[in-house]
Design a protein around this ligand. Sequence first.
Ligand code: ZN
Length: 258
Amino acid sequence: MSIVKEEGILLRAHPYSESSRVLRFLTPGHGILAVMARGLRRQSSRGQGSLGTFDEAALEVSFRSHRELQTLRGFEVTRSRRGLGREVIRFWGASLVAELLLAHTLHEGDRKLYEGVSGALDRLQELPRPQVPAAILAAGWTVLDRAGLAPTLAACSRCGGDVTQKEGLFRFSTAEGGLLCGGCGEEGRGPRLGPGARRDLGELATGGIPAELRAADAHLRILEAFALHHLSPRRPFHAVELLHPLMSDSEGGSAKGP
Ligand SMILES: [Zn+2]
């Protein structure tokens, strides 16, 4: 057994017994780290603060390498994200990020992923309300990108043909991993995207936030279908169901499709 110091973003907590909880953190050094936390109330009375979902903390963990569940010895909150609870769309957006990360079941450390998620959660908390749908989508694609699941948008994902023309509609195929050229798209499945939607998707897929995103709900469907197909989670993403009505509610999100 060794004592490990690690940073972590709390993704999920569930009760284990009356006095203990199982906490799942995203960490830069150990991927998803599950720890048993006993008597956390005692620690918060020592002035370390209480730990809320999506907060970031310095962790001290008793670590045994063959165990699935480690033991949390102490923590100190380094970044509170209570602001995410201010509006349901922000909270469920962050919850979707957590669901994607937990579905990916990452066992190795990835500091770039950790920093990407940390920055994405900060944006979700801080950006003005009209930009929140785009911030959610950018955060979701950031996770998929670091999981090696970026969509192919620069060329046809079947034949490598050109999909960069400024005009026309190109089909987005979840199963084939991205855009299909005109010929390949004829018998393919999936939504057809116009030039504006392709540009927006290109920006979101690299973690960018388009200045004016149209049809955010349609973009959420694309992200959802892509993540379900390529991550194969054990159950559908709960947060997505709650986000759908909130996404189409937003400014500029009234269009029927991208
Ligand atoms: Zn093609």
